[in-house]
Design a protein around this ligand. Structure first.
Ligand code: SIN
Length: 265
């Protein structure tokens, strides 16, 4: 089967046409892997995947990550259902890279659109390599070697597991180097980064605010408009994402898998 790769924006993202993820062959997977490293976010339309097939697709990339806080689909610990539970309870309407408060955050996530509102509920992705490249040389020099503290406190509390935060916190480099491409990327987010190491909260805050803004400037973003059956796979080492909750009480159900990653360096 021949694949076509169609870029979706000037910053990141590509659609892969002509593929059925339930029946992938090795040469196709190699092409998809190359496109993943180049475009950071891949969209596959019209995929009719059962939970087993989504899990099987995820396992082609590596061992699957079981979320330490958020509940999973009954019988499928590898799948986190992301269901509309109201704007005030949305856990994902904030910029983040998945589970960055863990020691080895997932390298990638794959979200399948199971049921969608008739409009709205997009997801925005931001290219953190580009965000880093656009910083001044002075800022890059200052960030070199700096580390930030990531915490799952907010997520644990919002998930009704207030005590879980005690177990989930980790420091990581502010600028991480992609283990496969060697490219540098910003690695802080408003959802999980609480402070910069060896600085007071007051000192950390303005710098983190600046970096968080730079991390999702319009010219580093791609906004995905979902169709039922879309499977979107993104590289958590290269992008942050934000789920737009503009669809009121309308149903939106997504199934997410995450693939284990390594220690950010
Ligand atoms: C997520 O944050 O992992 C899910 C994003 C979404 O529901 O669009």
């Amino acid at each position: 089967m021949s694949l076509e790769t169609k870029p979706l924006s000037g910053s990141l993202g590509a659609e892969i046409l002509g593929v059925d993820l339930a029946q992938l062959e090795a040469p196709e997977f190699r092409q998809i892997r190359e496109a993943f490293l180049e475009h950071h976010v891949l969209a596959f339309r019209d995929q009719k995947l059962t939970p087993e097939q989504q899990i099987e697709f995820g396992r082609l990339w590596g061992e699957l990550f079981i979320h330490p806080i958020v509940p999973h689909l009954p019988d499928y610990p590898e799948i986190v259902p992301i269901v509309n539970s109201g704007k005030s309870k949305s856990l994902t309407e904030i910029w983040h890279s998945d589970v960055s408060f863990s020691a080895k955050p997932p390298m990638a996530s794959g979200l399948l659109a199971v049921s969608l509102p008739s409009y709205g509920g997009d997801t925005i992705f931001a290219n953190q390599h580009k965000a880093y490249d656009l910083l001044s040389e002075g800022m890059k020099t200052m960030l070199d070697g700096m580390r930030a503290i990531h915490s799952g406190t907010g997520l644990a509390s919002a998930s009704g597991k207030r005590d879980a935060w005690k177990e989930h916190g980790q420091d990581h480099p502010v600028v991480r180097t992609h283990p496969e491409t060697g490219r540098k990327a910003l690695y802080v987010s408003p959802a999980f980064t609480v402070a910069l190491e060896d600085m007071t909260l007051e000192e950390s805050r303005p710098l983190l605010e600046y970096l968080n803004e730079a991390g999702h400037a319009p010219d580093v973003c791609y906004r995905h408009r979902w169709q039922t059956g879309d499977l979107v796979l993104w590289d958590n080492r290269s992008v942050q994402h934000y789920a737009v909750h503009d669809h009121g009480k309308a149903e939106r159900t997504m199934h997410r898998i995450t693939i284990m990653g390594d220690t950010p360096r």
